[in-house]
Design a protein around this ligand. Structure first.
Ligand code: NIG
Ligand code: FE
Length: 434
């Protein structure tokens, strides 16, 4: 018999979209479908139907499938009473570096003392520090630690996540990271996408020989990653002091030839040409974008690339803020992601990202919600399956505590407003403490 679960008496069912809506942009970002006093039925891990209370077996029917009688069906239904609670699509976090070894709180103190991200990187800290620790850590321990982090982000409402390599910086360690991500895909209920980020930084061994490292990525790493089918996407840190547009193009072209679509780090530190380079290669997303001007907005408007902002990193590093309002007003879509990593954003809490979108970027709560759900799903090429309340989509949903309205989610920042998490139609955790 089919596995079925019904949510009843939902105060507000939020994030309803038709199946052909794959992203929200411009003025549309402030809109979402909402049903008050609703029910939602899940069968075999998918959203089967939803409507206004009272739920009536005649409205819905597996009878159409002629598989089971009404009474048998009703008896088999697991019911969750959602009185006073809201139901949202799970967050889709499209940019993380969640597989890493150790932590970097000492650099955090250096940052407080005034050293910049680039200065810390130049002193062998930053990404190179994480690479050293990753080299010394076993695949088993990396997997165990990453699973703990996944559990944590699940409890805050994440239902799909992208995870990058990029702390390996040599062929073996990059492959090690990607194998860990592959293991996570099979161990976790989350939908996970893997991105190869060999070009995260130039490793110490290649100092002064950046071109040779690009060669290694193109000639050795990308073919191996493709051969072992370890990644869905390719990323490059295209920015001042890291990789320039020519080097980025070369690596992206090699990746594309192996079936890896680009999703790149761009314009975090300067007007680096990263956005243009990403769009030129039909990137699924360009991420960070603190330095986005009129020329970059124009290029993005004529593309299928999702501009993705990472307020956690801008907050943690005290950086200039991406011009989110200007971008939305120009008609662009925006996705928000956590950038969960040990250096610039040691948190994967998407409820916090939602709040930061509103506080730092002046996004309206519904704009920020769309940015954290359907637009994040688009940035992982998953928005036909996830990111909204849509019949046929995977039932990855969050049930809130009793809260007064949707605005309360970003407003009451810093604490967990969720009560129950559903992934693939299964209840993952209930009664999560605040
Ligand atoms: O997205 N900008 C580049 N990479 C990461 C930082 C990673 C780190 O510092 O470990 C980011 O912020
Ligand atoms: Fe990042």
């Amino acid at each position: 018999m089919s596995n079925s679960l019904i949510l009843r008496n939902i105060h507000s069912l939020i994030g309803i979209e038709e199946g052909d809506v794959l992203l929200k942009k411009g003025a549309g970002m402030a809109e979402t479908g909402i049903l008050n006093n609703a029910w939602l039925l899940i069968i075999d891990g998918k959203i089967k139907s939803f409507g206004l209370e009272p739920y009536n077996i005649a409205d819905f029917s597996e009878k159409e499938d002629q598989t089971i009688s009404d009474r048998k069906f009703v008896n088999s239904l697991q019911v969750i009473d959602c009185a006073g609670k809201m139901v949202f699509p799970s967050f889709c976090d499209s940019h993380t570096h969640l597989v890493y070894a150790g932590s970097r709180e000492i650099e955090y103190i250096d940052k407080i003392k005034g050293l910049s991200y680039e200065e810390i990187a130049k002193r062998g800290g930053g990404i190179l520090n994480s690479a050293k620790r990753l080299h010394e850590t076993s695949e088993e321990l990396l997997t165990k630690d990453a699973l703990g982090r996944l559990d944590e982000v699940i409890s805050y409402g994440t239902g799909a996540i992208e995870i990058k390599s990029g702390y390996g910086l040599n062929t073996n360690d990059e492959l090690k990271m990607l194998r860990v991500i592959k293991a996570l895909k099979s161990l976790s209920e989350l939908s996970i996408k893997a991105t190869f980020l060999g070009a995260h930084a130039v490793p110490a061994k290649y100092k002064g020989r950046q071109a040779d490292y690009v060669d290694l990525i193109v000639k050795e790493m990308i073919p191996r990653v493709a051969e072992e089918k370890l990644a869905d996407y390719i990323d490059v840190f295209c920015d001042k002091g890291f990789f320039n547009p020519d080097e980025t193009s070369r690596m992206l072209e090699a990746g594309i030839a192996c079936g890896l679509r680009p999703k790149i780090h761009a314009n975090e530190l300067d007007y680096s040409g990263g956005i243009q380079t990403g769009v030129k290669h039909n990137a699924l997303s360009v991420d960070h974008l603190e330095y986005t001007g009129d020329a970059e907005i124009e290029v993005l408007l004529n593309s299928n690339t999702m501009p993705t902002l990472l307020p956690g990193a801008a907050f943690f590093l005290n950086m200039v803020h991406a011009p989110a309002r200007k971008m939305i007003n120009a008609g662009l879509p925006i996705a928000l992601a956590s950038d969960f990593n040990p250096g610039s954003s040691p948190s994967g809490n998407m409820q916090l990202v939602l709040s930061m979108g509103c506080i730092m970027f002046r996004m309206l709560p519904v704009e920020a919600l769309n940015a954290c759900t359907i637009n994040g799903a688009y940035a992982m090429n998953l928005s036909d399956k996830l990111g909204s309340i849509t019949v046929g989509k995977i039932a990855n949903l969050s049930i809130s505590k009793q809260i007064p309205g949707i605005e309360y989610m970003p407003y009451y920042y810093g604490s967990n407003k969720l009560d129950t998490i559903i992934l693939n139609g299964k209840i993952i955790k209930s009664g999560i403490p605040a």
